[in-house]
Write a protein that binds this ligand. Structure first.
Ligand SMILES: C[S@@+](CC[C@H](N)C(=O)[O-])C[C@H]1O[C@@H](n2cnc3c(N)ncnc32)[C@H](O)[C@@H]1O
Length: 594
């Protein structure tokens, strides 16, 4: 009933929350219009000991019952209010919840001998399940209108439409649920479908409900209603209506909320802010296999994964591939608290960073910490865990450097920002948490390569091309900027540090994109090799070869080429322009060739 993968679990008629407590979703919003019930969940989440202590104070005889029933919940502390709800539920007639027009609970005494009021262990388990949930006391429509997003899973268990002549399951709260409400709910379900949510709805099996949800997948199930005093009448039938997101939603330019889990890093030329534009173009192209030839920060590969594609991600920098392997290829391996403890304690087996980069980028303590984590990574026995740990270390090092780069030594641009103040140890722990949180399975297999673009040879339906922009105004040398984290990714193996340089960088990898002639030839080669795929090229107005040249090269190999302008302002003047200078308004294009 619950999809394998979804953004947020939303249950706006949460009631007893049977499904919520069975699933215990990572991200959840539960809501109900019943204020006592919501107060109960909030108290169980935030003060379970207080609830247990309060409920144990009351006896269960009739006079005590009416004394507790008389207490005005609005005047009680959250824990006592919750204890009262629990107590009344366990001692009242048939466990009913019914209120009068004023919202006062009015079910009489149940007269049970030794009712079991408080299941401590159960309450504590519920408290843990609720720990990260958002709990709201609101009308279901306002919850859905405000919170539901494409990719979410919405479970709707509304007050049922009456199944028999005398059955009345509507009086859950003082607001009743009548036919117009059922019709508004059915309309809302259709809105959610178009929005891109998966919806599951339950109701009683009546001609009325079947008509409301005609056209959807409706399953009938036998049910036992617990709220009915006549045992023989407890049998009934319910429907479970399943609603998949509309095709329109799947193929529109709505980005999955998953993308928000991607930990953004300042990376030169990152297309993080263009993801919606790239997807709005790519969503119209057929096929599931996407090749991201120059993955850089990995943001575009991650977006395609979040949109359900099977991704091959490539970059010639090892550190880019490490990020993509940790967050795109990886679908389930996370660092546990014990792993993080292991990685951040013990002894370093060498002092490579401390010795070679002393006084350049980080303090001695931070350098020693890097050496410690490097050493401990080598001792982890799971390769994907090693990758996640390395990606976390890379992210930590980039975060602590102003602008995330290693072209200058010492501490520049220190404006007292939090990122500058935190130790690398703190950065590492935060990075590990963020990367852990970004990991998910979209049901597809993903591959990460670490090659020069000319060596990549895979079949794909869509190829995304975002090479370094050649500009006469500044170099586009990624290694010069990121050599330190690139060194970390490969543990400086196979590279030779240029000892005479201030930054202790190593020789850049050769790339055809470092010259105009080379870039032209490389584009021609890529377009020729992927002539059978749809090609999307990111390009900007200040780059060379110019727009006309790219168009001409694409048209040589592809029948149909379109230029889609998108608006994008760079976060820093990576093309030799200063921030604040009107020149940093660069027009971005997406060339789409099919
Ligand atoms: C503009 S960035 C890509 C940005 C990426 N789309 C993002 O959103 O972060 C260009 C990338 O091309 C890579 N690159 C440069 N020359 C390459 C080559 N010859 N083969 C493969 N990758 C290369 C660089 O390492 C850099 O990460």
């Amino acid at each position: 009933m619950v999809p394998k993968d979804y953004g947020t679990y939303i249950e706006p008629f949460v009631g007893g929350g049977a499904l919520f407590f069975a699933v215990i979703p990572e991200r959840a919003i539960i809501a109900d219009s019943n204020p006592d019930l919501i107060a109960f969940y909030l108290a169980v989440r935030d003060d379970v000991d207080g609830v247990i202590a309060a409920v144990q104070r009351w006896k269960t005889d009739e006079p005590s019952f009416y004394k507790v029933r008389k207490l005005n919940p609005a005047k009680l502390s959250l824990a006592v209010r919750a204890a009262r709800t629990l107590y009344l539920n366990r001692t009242c007639y048939n466990g009913l919840y019914r209120v009068n027009k004023k919202g006062t609970f009015n079910v009489p005494y149940g007269g049970y001998k030794n009712p079991r009021i408080c299941d401590d262990a159960g309450l504590r388990a519920a408290s843990r399940a609720l720990a990260t949930a958002t709990i709201l006391n609101d009308d279901y429509l306002s919850v859905l209108k405000r919170h539901a997003k494409a990719g979410d899973f919405v479970f709707l268990d509304p007050p049922y439409a009456p199944a028999g002549q005398f059955a009345d399951f509507k009086r859950y709260t003082k607001e009743q649920f009548h036919r117009p409400d059922h019709e508004a709910l059915a309309a809302e379900v259709r809105r959610l479908q178009v929005l891109g949510c998966t919806v599951v709805l339950t109701n009683s099996n009546t001609p009325y409900t079947r008509k409301l949800y005609a056209g959807f997948d409706i399953a009938t199930v036998k049910t036992r209603r617990s709220i009915n005093c006549h045992g023989d009448k407890r049998r009934g039938e319910d429907v479970i209506v399943r609603i998949k997101p509309s095709q329109e939603a799947l193929f529109s330019n709505i980005l999955s909320p998953r993308i928000e889990a991607y930990p953004s890093t300042r990376f030169m030329g990152s297309k993080e802010r263009l993801l919606a534009d790239i997807w709005s173009v790519a969503s119209h192209l057929p096929g599931t296999r996407v090749l991201d030839l120059f993955s850089g920060s990995g943001a575009v590969s991650y977006m395609f994964k979040a949109q359900g594609k099977a991704v091959v991600s490539n970059d010639y920098m090892a550190f880019s591939s490490t990020l993509a392997r940790a967050m795109v290829e990886n679908d389930s391996t996370r660092l546990s608290a014990a792993d993080i403890e292991f990685l951040t304690h013990g002894r370093a087996t060498d002092r490579f960073v401390r010795t070679n980069f002393r006084g350049l980028y980080f303090s001695d303590a931070d350098n020693l910490f890097i050496d410690l984590v490097r050493s401990r990574i080598a001792e982890l026995n799971d390769e994907m865990k090693q990758t996640v740990a390395r990606a976390s270390l890379i992210r930590a090092c980039m975060k602590k450097r102003a602008r995330g780069i290693f072209t200058y030594v010492g501490v520049r641009y220190d404006d007292g920002r939090r990122d500058m103040q935190l130790s690398l140890r703190q950065h590492f722990k935060e990075a590990a948490q963020l990367i852990n949180d970004s990991i998910f399975d979209n049901g597809q297999r993903h591959i990460v390569l670490n090659r020069d673009v000319s060596q990549v040879d895979v079949d794909a339906d869509i190829v995304y091309v975002d090479p370094p922009y050649y500009s006469p105004l500044s170099d586009n040398d990624y290694i010069r900027r990121y050599h330190f984290v690139e060194g970390l990714a490969r543990d400086w193996s196979g590279v030779e540090i240029q000892e005479h340089t201030k930054t202790k960088k190593f020789k850049t990898y050769g790339s055809p994109f470092s010259t105009l002639e080379g870039a032209r030839g490389a584009f021609d080669d890529i377009f020729r090799r992927y002539a059978n795929s749809a090609i999307i090229v990111s390009y900007s107005s200040n780059s060379l070869p110019n727009r006309e040249t790219i168009l001409r090269l694409l048209r040589k190999h592809k029948a149909h080429v379109e230029v889609v302008p998108v608006d994008h302002r760079y976060s820093f003047g990576n093309q030799g322009h200063k921030i604040g200078n009107a020149n940093n308004k660069v027009s971005e294009y997406l060339f789409v060739a099919t």
